[in-house]
Design a protein around this ligand. Structure first.
Ligand code: SF4
Ligand SMILES: [Zn+2]
Length: 119
């Protein structure tokens, strides 16, 4: 049974979600950077099997508050796709084969970072 206990993992997820929410709000006000390829990134989301539509908005998996305890490479991160795509610090959680993306300081295997070869 899921309870609202504040495990360290849950606190980390909630903090990250709040940060993403705040950043998206600021970007809508014209504050903060927007990724130059955000439209291509958002388009990739539109064809992704992980995408969920709620009230006309595309999300990466179920919206965050509907599934707090999640594995991002399986469930998605729960963010609105367009907001996530606009954030320069965000990555897609999976690679083109649907496997967990590998991130390092110099490289990333996610679907977005492999835009040139994405089909
Ligand atoms: S961020 Fe990646 S996993 Fe999430 S909906 Fe977009 S393409 Fe799919
Ligand atoms: Zn990436």
């Amino acid at each position: 049974m899921s309870t609202l206990t504040a495990t360290p993992q849950r606190v980390r997820r909630l903090t990250a979600a709040l940060y993403r929410f705040g950043s998206a709000r600021l970007r809508r006000l014209g504050v903060g950077e927007t990724h130059p390829d955000w439209q291509k990134r958002a388009e990739i989301c539109e064809y992704c099997p992980m995408r969920v539509i709620r009230c006309g908005v595309s999300y990466c998996g179920k919206p965050f508050l509907q599934l707090i305890d999640r594995e991002e490479s399986i469930d998605g991160c729960g963010c609105p796709c367009r907001d996530k795509a606009k954030s320069p610090s965000e990555h897609c959680p999976i690679d083109r084969r649907g496997q967990p993306a590998r991130h390092s300081a110099s490289d990333c295997s996610c679907k977005w970072c492999r835009l040139s070869s994405a089909g």
